[in-house]
Design a protein around this ligand. Structure first.
Ligand code: TEU
Ligand code: CA
Length: 558
């Protein structure tokens, strides 16, 4: 049975600080910007805020490359700003969750600099450093951002260091108890300072099998996907259990893991009653259609059916084991409304349908900044407009596979992480009101139509729809069923109909969505009362047959 926890009934929001709100005109969002928008988030109904990294960083991977875990990058602000944010959040009963990036640090971190100076010394053991034997790499693993996971250790010609992500992100060696101790110390330091917990980055990568194991090459580059090593690594549970008992547990911190795994017992180990984390993200929808060969090979997906399959699949596997965190998008994914809805059908109605089917699932809803406005992918005109290292690599992969520059660009850009990283659209003034300077990444030109100021005053806006969905979750009458009610699919076999019950102790809701362009009829199971609806004010009902226009979504109470 699921034990009730304080955070189950909350609503969470991810801020990507660099693109949220800039208060000093340097084109980069900052902590003061976050503080000034707390009331906006409070009004939306948000309780828990996850901040993507704001620690000192060269920003080679936008802050996921940390050079000092104990300080704030000056571009984002100061430690005083951070303390003020914690204080201001607390006074509004809001919780700040930081990003915990501990699979790797930055090559500009003191630890790595010392490791380069003396690879055989204490800090050399903080990393994976291997001797170059006849200039042969220790293994043939391919890094997530392209090329081998090995690079020459700066200052050396006979040693390599490992990085499973960018070459400016050397992997930390978790086998070393000294390193683990350093990390736990840092985690406790932040928890003592008042952060409520962490979103835990790329955590599946901390456990490696023997680093001298190569795998059959899966592309012409002679390298093999990191998935092989993830599959072979054994013993991650020991690390994660230790981390929890040394840190989170002592502070009753909230933790949500970025957990990608196909291990069947993983749900129990990760988020069961005695699991490593409070929750983990459900990536089932984001993974659908992706190809191991690269973004250019992603398959077009019929989302009504795929979305349903992915979402229900997770709910069925999960049962009462734990509490998942549901997302439509994040800073690594394209905008959900552009990805999960065919371009010609993107409208407020279809966007609201997507919001309803996702937010009404059991789990903790995480809303990514701008999602509540229905922000979309951007029209990028050339590869020069892209900043994201992952997209640049995938573009190269497509070129290497023989695509022309034009078709390579067309193929990868819909999946670019930059789609979700463009500045938040606050209002219809220059640069969407994000900055008075030059924004670090281009603003989506559709900000004159899609922006927070316009939506705040329009009761049928996306913003208000999200606000209503969140309010339903908090409504004392409905809280029990929305937070804890069992998810039971309804007419699962009906094509492009995504419908499910939420069965609580004394109430039952039925979410019905027509996830397609065309109208369709649905036979309802009995008497009902309408709770929320995404488009028209009246239902087209004939006895128990509901005639649903395309992308209609209705929440009934049975
Ligand atoms: O992402 C981890 C991850 O699995 C990525 O490979 C993800 O699939 C990729 O970004 C898609 O292009 C986390 C962070 O969320 C991401 O922003 C970082 O770049 C990465 O870790 C390294 O810290
Ligand atoms: Ca700024």
């Amino acid at each position: 049975m699921l034990k009730k926890k304080w955070w189950h009934e909350k609503a969470a929001y991810q801020i990507y600080p660099k693109s949220f709100y800039d208060t000093n005109g340097d084109g980069i969002g900052d902590l003061k910007g976050v503080i000034s928008k707390l009331d906006y988030l409070k009004d939306l109904g948000i309780d828990i805020i996850w901040l993507s990294p704001i620690y000192c960083s060269p920003l080679a991977d936008q802050g996921y490359d940390i050079s000092d875990y104990y300080d704030i990058d000056p571009r984002f602000g100061t430690m005083e700003d951070m303390d003020e944010l914690l204080k201001e959040a607390k006074s509004r009963n809001m919780y700040i969750v930081m990003d915990l990036v501990v699979n790797h640090c930055s090559d500009e971190h003191e630890w790595f600099k010392k490791a380069c100076e003396d690879p055989d010394g204490e800090y050399g053991k903080y990393f994976y450093i291997a001797d170059a034997k006849d200039y042969k790499l220790p293994n043939n693993w391919r890094s997530y951002f392209g090329g081998p996971v090995w690079d020459l250790l700066p200052g050396h010609t006979d040693k390599y260091y490992m990085h499973v992500f960018h070459k400016k992100q050397p992997d930390l060696n978790w086998e070393n108890p000294k390193l683990r101790e350093e990390i736990y110390k840092m985690i406790n330091w932040w928890l003592d300072r008042g952060v409520a917990g962490f979103r835990i980055d790329a955590i599946m990568n901390i456990k490696k099998p023997n680093i001298y194991t190569s795998y059959p090459a899966d592309r012409d580059d002679g390298l093999a996907s990191i998935d092989n090593m993830l599959h072979d690594a054994e013993g991650i549970d020991d690390f994660l259990h230790e981390m929890k008992t040394e840190t989170f547990e002592k502070h009753q911190a909230f933790t949500v893991g970025e957990v990608f795994t196909d291990r069947p017992d993983a749900l129990e180990a990760f988020i069961g009653n005695n699991g490593h984390f409070s929750s983990m993200f459900d990536f089932a929808e984001t993974i659908a259609g992706k190809s191991d060969d690269g973004w250019y090979k992603c398959k077009p997906v019929v989302w009504g059916e795929e979305y349903k399959k992915a979402a229900f699949g997770t709910q069925k596997r999960l049962g009462d084991i734990g509490f998942i965190s549901n997302i439509i998008e994040n800073h690594d994914e394209p905008r959900g409304v552009s990805h999960y809805i065919p371009e010609a059908d993107v409208s407020d109605t279809s966007k609201k349908m997507l919001a309803a089917v996702n937010v009404m699932l059991r789990g903790l809803p995480f809303i990514y900044q701008g999602q509540e406005l229905g922000m979309t992918n951007v029209v990028f005109h050339s590869i020069d407009e892209i900043d994201d290292c992952s997209t640049l690599d995938e573009y190269q992969v497509a070129l290497d596979a023989g695509l022309t520059p034009e078709s390579a660009f067309k193929a990868v850009v819909p999946y670019s992480r930059d789609n979700a990283r463009t500045p938040f659209q606050w209002d219809a003034t220059a640069n969407a009101g994000f900055t008075t300077g030059t924004p670090w990444l281009k603003v989506n030109p559709n900000y004159t139509d899609i922006n927070a100021a316009e939506q705040a005053n329009r009761p049928d806006s996306m913003y208000h729809w999200y606000k209503e969905l969140i309010a339903l979750r908090k409504n004392p009458e409905y809280k029990d069923v929305v937070v804890y009610g069992e998810v039971v699919p309804y007419k699962e076999e009906q094509t492009n109909l995504m419908a499910y019950y939420r069965k609580g102790t004394d109430r039952t809701l039925l979410v019905v969505a027509n996830y397609q362009h065309d109208a369709q009829d649905v036979v309802l199971p009995g008497t009902y009362k309408k709770v929320l609806m995404n488009n028209l004010d009246t239902l087209d009902l004939n006895g128990d047959i509901l005639h649903m226009p395309g992308y209609q979504a209705v929440i009934f109470e049975m």
